[in-house]
Ligand binder design. Structure first.
Ligand SMILES: NC(=O)c1ccc[n+]([C@@H]2O[C@H](COP(=O)([O-])OP(=O)(O)OC[C@H]3O[C@@H](n4cnc5c(N)ncnc54)[C@H](O)[C@@H]3O)[C@@H](O)[C@H]2O)c1
Ligand SMILES: O=C(O)C[C@H](O)C(=O)O
Ligand SMILES: [Mn+2]
Length: 623
């Protein structure tokens, strides 16, 4: 992905933060109340206003607003603060007996009162992330059609594709009618900064989910707001319904999507092209976030659209978060990135995205050639270790990583009858320092594998990154028990802290792309970057790695807590913006000025000042 000579991150200018350079997370000094929020102007009154989630305040409407907008008779008398409303909503949520019903409660709150939904989420982010996002979102996606109440997001279905432009325009008009997209003075009035789109072929680790994939787009969209303060009214979550190869959905009478096998080939490509061109026309400033596409399409589309502001979260976001965690882990284990022997189990979008990002890190930071960098990896997929003799069976993204057959010829095999070199064979022969799981293979890193790895290295670095929780390659508690607490572990889904043999608690970092993609998006939006370049990603990696708690305390988590993502995002977005400006990729004059030291605020405060907060803005009636 790094094109030699194109990246302007000069090797000499790149320094990983060392332990004494660890950055502190600071709390925002710019409060929502000080942001000079523009009143919302609307002509909606009465029940129409109450039924418009982007404007509704429920019991939070002031006395004056109730009189002006004709809603006194629609509401009980007392006026409640947003804080009190959030407390009530939280106690209602706690009464829901399961994760899926809690998720459904949050979805319906979002669909009633947007500000209250975000305020509740912000107040209890640590508790609620696992419900709204991974792992809760997985269940919600899978049960989409049975739990459906009211649609949220944008549905572009292939059989309706003649009207695609009109469908997108309707969303734009609807946003302009039911929301005031300019949140504060600096914001432009043309909506849509960000499109989050999935075609649902590879949702998390649960595969093809058809139209239910809309919930991954809406969850990722909510994380942009919670994690980086992107105005929710300027984000469009989209599902492209191109059919499904999940035949269980066909036989479900309640399934709500298009009951056809998945569109492939030319028709698929033309459909995606029309979607991208319509987005470029209607939302010229928007960046496009691709989520959970199948591996073959994900890589192809990323390559095809690399000259527009887009990124693939599963490939690039995941690569970036994994490299950040790896850099932190190496600080603790000692040694350098170039000394690592890295086994990746599950050579799909995420696995190969991680390989590419670490490879780029080796090239930029350690000055390795591409071939030297690729020689540090052994990738194992369903059919075993990737080797050159697999030929055409190798996917394009895997090619540079296939090992020479001679290398493995004399390896000891657990099952010599089989051609494939299994994970255990690879671990025995390679003696890896790093083992990353993106396979969706539950508990694949069993006791034998983990103990074998730990018998060769002092601090085995083990990242079981598959989501949701049930698909994780190893429970961190087991990994710690099998290594006497020596492993450095980070997982994709949230896990509780582990008690080590010493009696100390070990916090397991959540190595989830949610720790970095919101800030990548924010940085790209503020800079109005022409593309999202490899050097911007690498700048984000540096910034995130510099915030690792493990830099100052080797027993601490490898990455900041996902619940602190909003402050993490300020630092990461600042790095991304700076890189976009120094690459000549930024187009936003105001932001460029700030980076050049000509603004009223420093860059981080400027970023905070541009973030959306869950507060009620005053309402003004217009005719
Ligand atoms: N932590 C994160 O931020 C993050 C980000 C993206 C994806 N993921 C997770 O990574 C996993 C893979 O996602 P993806 O988008 O790369 O999917 P993918 O389908 O592109 O890749 C999965 C790969 O694993 C391989 N595989 C499946 N079963 C296997 C087995 N038994 N042994 C070896 N290989 C096997 C498949 O052949 C495929 O190449 C999912 O669980 C997803 O949730 C995590
Ligand atoms: O959604 C997540 O939790 C991360 C990631 O994008 C995934 O596909 O698993
Ligand atoms: Mn994903």
């Amino acid at each position: 992905m790094i094109r030699p000579g194109k990246s302007r991150i000069a090797r000499a200018s790149v320094r990983w933060s060392s332990s004494n350079q660890k950055r502190q997370l600071t709390s925002p000094i710019i409060k929502a109340e000080d942001k000079n929020l523009i009143p919302i102007r609307t002509n909606l009154k009465g029940s129409q206003l109450l039924n418009t989630p982007r404007l509704n305040k429920g019991a939070g409407f002031t006395r004056e607003e109730r009189a002006v907008f004709g809603i006194e008779g629609f509401l009980p008398y007392d006026v409640h603060s947003l804080e009190k409303q959030a407390m009530r909503a939280y106690s209602q949520l706690l009464k829901q007996p399961s994760v899926i019903l809690k998720h459904a409660f949050l979805a319906s709150l979002r669909d009633q009162n947007q500000v209250l939904f975000y305020r509740l989420m912000q107040d209890h982010l640590k508790d609620l992330l696992g419900i709204l996002y991974t792992p809760g979102a997985a269940e919600a996606v899978a049960q989409y059609s049975s739990l459906f109440r009211r649609p949220i997001g944008c549905f572009i279905s292939f059989p309706n594709s003649d009207g695609m432009r009109a469908q997108l325009e309707s969303h734009l008009n609807d946003i302009n009618r039911t929301a005031d997209v300019a949140y504060h003075e600096h914001e432009s009035t043309d909506a849509i900064d960000l499109v989050v789109v999935t075609d649902s072929e590879a949702i998390l680790g649960i595969g093809d989910q058809g139209v239910g994939g809309i919930t991954i787009s809406t969850s990722k969209a909510a994380l942009y707001t919670l994690g980086a303060g992107i105005n929710p009214n300027r984000i469009l979550p989209v599902v492209l319904d191109v059919g499904t190869d999940n035949h269980a959905l066909f036989s479900d009478p309640l399934y709500m999507g298009w009951k056809r096998t998945r569109l492939r080939g030319r028709n698929y490509d033309d459909f995606i092209e029309r979607f991208i061109q319509n987005c470029r026309d209607l939302f010229p400033k928007a960046i496009i976030h691709f989520e959970d596409f199948g591996m073959a399409n994900a890589h192809r589309l990323m390559e095809k659209y690399k000259d527009i502001p887009m990124f693939n979260d599963d490939i690039q976001g995941t690569g970036a978060v994994a490299l950040s965690a790896l850099v932190a882990a190496i600080r603790v284990s000692g040694g350098s990135l170039k000394d690592q022997r890295i086994v990746i189990y599950g050579a799909g979008s995420a696995g190969m995205g991680i390989a590419d990002q670490i490879r780029d890190g080796l090239m930029i930071l350690e000055g390795l050639t591409k071939e030297e960098a690729q020689s540090r990896f052994w990738c194992v997929d369903r059919n075993g270790l990737l080797v050159e003799s697999m030929g055409n069976a190798l996917r394009h993204a895997q090619m540079g990583y296939a090992r020479r057959d001679e290398e493995v010829r004399d390896w000891e095999r657990a099952n010599p009858e089989q051609d494939a070199v299994r994970l255990i064979d690879t671990i025995k022969a390679v003696k890896p320092t790093v083992l990353i799981g993106t396979s969706t293979h539950t508990r694949a890193f069993d006791e034998e594998i983990v103990k074998e790895m730990a018998s060769h290295v002092e601090r085995p670095i083990i990242f079981p990154m598959s989501n949701p929780t049930a698909l994780c390659e190893v429970d961190p508690e087991d990994a710690m028990a099998w290594t006497d607490g020596r492993a450095l572990v980070a997982t994709g889904s949230p896990f509780n802290p582990v008690t080590l043999p010493s009696g100390k608690q070990y916090t397991v970092a959540q190595t989830n792309n949610a720790l970095i993609y919101p800030a990548l998006g924010l940085g790209a939006i503020l800079a109005r970057s022409r593309t999202i370049s490899p050097s911007m990603l690498m700048a984000g990696v540096h910034a995130l790695a510099s915030l690792s708690p493990a830099l100052s305390n080797p027993e601490a988590s490898l990455l900041p807590d996902l619940a602190d993502v909003r402050e993490v995002s300020v630092t990461v977005a600042a790095a991304v913006v700076r890189q976009a400006v120094s690459d000549g990729n930024a187009q936003d004059e105001a932001t460029i000025k700030v980076v050049n030291g000509e603004g009223e605020l420093g860059l981080e405060d400027y970023i905070r000042s541009r973030m959306w907060d869950a507060v009620y803005r005053p309402l003004e009636l217009v005719d």
